[in-house]
Ligand binder design. Structure first.
Ligand SMILES: Cc1ncc(COP(=O)(O)O)c(C=O)c1O
Length: 446
C-alpha cells in the first residue's frame, strides 16, 4: 500500500485555502486548471493530459520545461549550499552569474544587482535612479515617468509608473510625482503589423512636454518596456526608443528598459536593447534568467551609475537596499545552467530565425471572424478579439478556458487579447499546432 502523505493527513486538501493570484478565484475553484508536471514544450494535468505551452508559462520558461542540465544543477546546488547571507557575505556563483549577465548586456551595462522577481527589479531600478541623482548632488530629480498601458509588476513603485488601470485603481494614491507617456498603440494606424509599426515614433516627443511642464531638474528617470508585453503585445514604433533615448540624454534623465519579458531571447536577441540598437542606463530582468525554474530578478546598471555610489567611508554600505534572497544560491545555479543552455542550443538565434515563420502563422488568423488585430514581434503574438456586448474580456477568458480544457493549449489573456509566446525551443510543427488550436478556440467562442 502507498505510504500515506503525512503532510495532508491533518488538514483537508481542498481548493479553499489558496488565494490564487491575478485569477477569478470563484470561477477557478469551480473548474480548476491544474498542472502537475511539465517537460519541454508540454504541461501535463494530474490525469496525465498533455497541454501544449503556448505561453512559456508566464513568459518565462524560455528554454522549455524541466530541462535536464538546469534540474541537475539546481539539485546539486541544494545539496552543496542551501543559503548564504546576501548582505556582507556572498557565494562564488553570484559573481559568476553577474559577470555572465554583464557580458550579454550591451555597452557598459555591466553592474548587476540581484533580487527575486520582476516587481522587485523594477522597484530596485527606480530606487537606484533616485539615489543616483541624490549622491551626485541632484536631489531635486525625484519625478518618475512611466507609460500608459505599461506593466512593471505589482510593487508600489511598479504600479505607480505602470499604466494598467485595474492594477492601480484599488491601491490608493500610489507614489507621488509620477507622470505617464501616452501608449504607443493605435489600431487605425497599426493594425495587422508584423514587427515594429511604422506609425508612432512621434509619441516619444510627449516626454518634451512633460519636461517643459516640470523642468528637467525635477525628473529622475523614464521607464518603459521596449515591447509592452502584459498589456497585449505592443511592439515599439520604428524610431520610438531612439527618440526617447535622445530626449533623456538632452535632459540628463535616466532611461530604464524593463526587459523582464524581452530579456533572454524573446525578441531574438539577448536583450531588446540590442535588437533596437538603443542602450538604456538600466535594464531590469527576471523570468528568462532561470527559465522560470527558480525565482530571480535583477537590475543591470551602467558602470557610471555604480561608480557614482562608490564614495564615502569604506565600512558603510553604498546603497541601502537588498533582499534576504538576493542572488540565492539555487537561483544562481539555475541561472548559470540556463545561460549555458541558451548559448549551447543557440536559442536566441533560433528565436530570430523562427520570427518570420511565427509571424506568418499568426497573421493567417487575420480573416477569422471576430479578430480585430494581430501584432507580432520576436516569438510573441497578440490577437485582439471583438468583445461580447457589455462583457469586456469574457470572450478571451472563455478562449483561455477552452484552450486548456478542450484543445490542450495554454493561452495567456489580458483584457480581450490572446497573448502567445512559447518557449524558444518551439518547433515549426508546434507553431502550426499552436495556431491551429487557437483558431479553433476563437471560432468556438465567437
Ligand atoms: C515588464 C514586466 N515587468 C515586471 C514584471 C513583474 O514581474 P514579477 O511577476 O516577477 O514580479 C512583469 C511580469 O510579467 C513584466 O512583464
Amino acid at each position: 500500500m502507498a505510504e500515506p502523505n503525512r503532510r495532508s493527513a491533518a488538514v483537508p486538501n481542498d481548493l479553499e485555502a489558496f488565494w490564487v493570484p491575478f485569477t477569478p478565484n470563484r470561477a477557478f475553484k469551480r473548474a480548476p486548471r491544474l498542472i502537475a508536471r511539465a517537460k519541454d514544450m508540454h504541461y501535463y494535468t494530474p490525469e496525465g493530459r498533455a497541454v501544449l505551452d503556448g505561453t512559456a508559462g508566464l513568459w518565462c520558461t524560455n528554454a522549455g520545461h524541466n530541462r535536464e542540465p538546469i534540474v541537475a544543477d539546481i539539485q546539486r546546488q541544494a545539496a552543496e549550499l542551501d543559503y548564504a547571507p546576501a548582505f556582507q557575505f556572498a557565494h562564488p556563483k553570484s559573481f559568476e552569474l553577474a559577470s555572465r549577465i554583464a557580458a550579454l548586456a550591451p555597452g557598459d551595462l555591466d553592474r548587476v544587482f540581484f533580487c527575486n522577481s520582476g516587481s522587485e527589479a523594477v522597484d530596485t531600478a527606480l530606487k537606484i535612479a533616485l539615489a543616483y541623482h541624490h549622491v551626485r548632488g541632484q536631489a531635486s530629480r525625484t519625478r518618475l515617468i512611466g507609460r500608459e498601458r505599461g506593466y512593471h509588476g505589482v510593487g508600489f513603485g511598479g504600479i505607480s509608473v505602470g499604466g494598467i488601470v485595474a492594477n492601480r485603481k484599488h491601491f490608493g494614491t500610489l507614489l507621488a510625482g509620477v507622470d505617464h507617456l501616452p501608449a504607443t498603440y493605435n489600431r487605425e494606424h497599426q493594425a495587422f503589423t508584423k514587427g515594429e509599426p511604422d506609425w508612432g515614433a512621434h509619441l516619444a516627443d510627449d516626454l518634451e512636454r512633460i519636461v517643459a511642464l516640470h523642468d528637467a531638474s525635477t525628473i529622475a528617470a523614464v521607464i518603459v518596456e521596449p515591447m509592452a508585453g502584459s498589456t497585449g503585445v505592443l511592439p515599439p514604433p520604428k524610431g520610438y526608443l531612439e527618440r526617447l533615448r535622445a530626449i533623456c540624454d538632452r535632459h540628463g534623465i535616466l532611461l530604464i528598459f524593463d526587459e523582464v519579458i524581452t530579456g533572454f531571447g524573446r525578441l531574438g536577441r539577448a536583450f531588446a536593447a540590442e535588437r533596437y540598437g538603443v542602450t538604456p542606463d538600466m535594464i531590469t530582468f527576471a523570468k528568462g534568467i532561470t527559465s522560470g525554474a527558480v525565482p530571480m530578478g535583477g537590475v543591470i546598471a551602467r558602470e557610471g551609475i555604480y561608480d557614482a555610489f562608490m564614495r564615502g567611508p569604506e565600512h558603510v554600505a553604498e546603497l541601502f537596499h537588498g533582499y534576504t534572497y538576493s542572488a540565492h544560491p539555487l537561483a544562481c545555479a539555475a541561472g548559470l545552467a540556463t545561460l549555458d543552455l541558451y548559448r549551447d542550443e543557440k536559442l536566441f538565434e533560433r528565436a530570430k530565425e523562427l520570427e518570420p515563420v511565427w509571424a506568418d502563422a499568426a497573421m493567417a488568423l487575420k480573416s477569422v471572424p471576430g479578430v480585430l488585430d494581430i501584432r507580432t514581434v520576436g516569438l510573441t503574438a497578440g490577437i485582439d478579439l471583438a468583445s461580447r456586448p457589455d462583457a469586456f474580456g469574457k470572450r478571451a477568458y472563455e478562449a483561455m478556458e477552452r484552450g486548456f480544457h478542450d484543445e490542450g493549449v495554454m493561452i495567456r489573456i489580458t483584457g480581450e487579447t490572446l497573448a502567445l509566446t512559447p518557449p524558444l525551443i518551439v518547433s515549426d510543427a508546434q507553431i502550426g499546432e499552436i495556431f491551429d488550436k487557437v483558431k479553433r478556440v476563437i471560432n468556438a467562442v465567437m
